[in-house]
Design a protein. Structure first.
Length: 449
């Protein structure tokens, strides 16, 4: 049997694909846009029987969406091209339950195109959500539906330029015939790879990004990107062999740190599958006039616990029936962007001297000597995630008036990016003490704000 050291060494070398790396490094924060007949009925899950005539966003302006999205610092937009009600926001050949039977632009409108073009003009990325669950399609529940779904996917993948993210909802309810569908996910993934090889695919259990397990914006305490193959079997298995006989059963629930050593030792192989946090700016995914956007504090905290905790952040903003974002949401996005930009504007380590000492093969200390005393509110760390995720526990110590004071929080993972908020501390140096890692830690960035 493999030794613990060898097992961990291999675990530390499970690496992202180019598209996963791009998502984590360049496009970590993006917008979800839930828009469908639900916007007009007040439902969250449409029945599929809605009359297309109700869909009429008379003031739709995708450039204004893009502007609001960019103000928050988001770098892409993912629209519900079709939600569970089956209504298509683009000019599809596959069904009559679409925008072509709505009054919007006399049936000639195509909101997927309008958004894709606005994203291009605004310099952000474009992506889509295409619900496999379809409560309108008469073929839902039969093999034919997989062809129907593939045809829809192909239209979206081939007619709208570059797609950065394809969001596949795992929801599987009954369709109009009362039957559920057996989704042929692998064939859907194949199409995405064929037509948009750089696009990441989100699904609950991979292949590129997995679900964080809740819609309230919380990452796990230790959000590993390296997790057991059994939980994300659409991802490529990069290691072989269990360390311990035993079972992962009971460890797959949402609150459990699925990538921790206690779990991965029972896995037959590990995969790279970072999680995505999806959350709405308001309680609902779709627009409900009586709802208010979440507070700036809540959204900023979610940002810290997603982008700043090794996950991506997909923040939903639902358009109103007239097709515009609610001014309250636009304002909140602006505030959020300003808060993020001002908080992380000046890196106090810019002129610091950073030295690294490896105290053992799996322990290291990074000493950061600042150019003078600085007040620190956040420490930001990034691992060289392209080579794997390694750090399993660390602490931070600050030198205050010549004495080392430890931040006694026991931090666990770093991964792509970890933001550690601090009670403001004035110091002239700090140390990042890596207490355990899977092979040698490789910290690519240390910053303080
Ligand atoms: C879920 C759906 O059922 C919700 O309506 C929403 O689209 C959310 C993002 O995914 O599975």
């Amino acid at each position: 049997m493999i030794s613990l050291n060898d097992f961990l060494e291999k675990a530390g070398k499970v690496v992202p694909s180019a598209r996963q790396l791009e998502r984590l490094r360049e496009t970590q924060f993006y917008a979800f846009i839930h828009f469908s007949p639900n916007t007009y009925t007040g439902l969250e899950w449409g029945t599929g029987k809605e009359d297309p005539a109700i869909f009429n966003p008379t003031e739709l302006d995708c450039d204004s969406w893009v502007e609001a999205i960019k103000a928050a610092g988001m770098k892409g937009a993912v629209i519900t091209a079709k939600h569970h009600d089956g209504f298509c926001l683009w000019q599809t050949e596959t069904t009559e339950h679409s925008i072509k039977n709505s009054p919007y632009k006399n049936g000639k409108g195509d909101i997927v195109r309008e958004l894709a073009e606005a994203c291009k003009r605004g310099g952000i990325k474009f992506g889509f959500y295409l619900s496999p669950w379809d409560r309108n399609a008469s073929c839902y529940g039969t093999d034919e539906y997989n062809d129907f779904y593939r045809a829809q996917l192909t239209e979206l993948l081939t007619n709208y330029g570059e797609v950065f993210h394809v969001w596949l909802d795992g929801a599987c309810g009954e369709g109009p015939s009362g039957k559920k569908q057996v989704y042929d996910f692998e064939s859907y993934f194949e199409l995405v790879r064929k037509y948009q090889p750089n696009a990441t695919i989100f699904k609950d259990d991979g292949p590129d990004l997995r679900w964080c397990g809740n819609e309230s914006g919380s990452a796990r305490a230790s959000e590993w990107a390296v997790v057991p193959y059994e939980l994300c079997c659409y991802c490529e298995k990069q290691t072989e062999g269990k360390l311990m006989e035993g079972s992962l059963e009971g460890m797959c629930n949402c609150n459990c740190d699925i990538g921790t050593l206690e779990n991965i030792i029972y896995s037959e192989g590990l995969v790279f599958a970072p999680s995505e946090i999806d959350m709405s700016i308001r309680p609902g995914w779709f627009y409900h006039p009586e709802e208010e956007p979440h507070s700036l504090e809540r959204l900023f905290n979610t940002y810290l616990k997603s982008v700043g905790a090794n996950t991506t952040f997909n923040l939903n903003i639902p358009p109103m029936p007239n097709g515009l974002f609610d001014p309250r949401d636009v304002q909140r996005l602006k505030e959020l962007g300003e808060k993020i930009r001002s908080t992380f504007a000046v890196n106090l380590c810019e002129n610091a001297k950073i030295t690294c000492t490896h105290t053992s093969p799996t322990q290291s200390e990074y000493l950061v000597e600042l150019d003078g005393e600085k007040e620190i509110k956040y420490v930001e760390l990034m691992e060289n995630i392209a080579e794997g995720q390694r750090v399993a526990s660390f602490r931070i110590a600050f030198r205050v008036d010549g004495l080392w004071a430890k931040d006694y929080e026991n931090y666990t993972t770093i991964g792509n990016r970890k933001i550690c908020p601090q009670d403001p501390v004035t110091c002239d140096a700090f140390k990042v003490i890596i207490m355990s890692s899977r092979g040698r830690a490789d910290i690519e960035k240390i910053a303080a704000y």
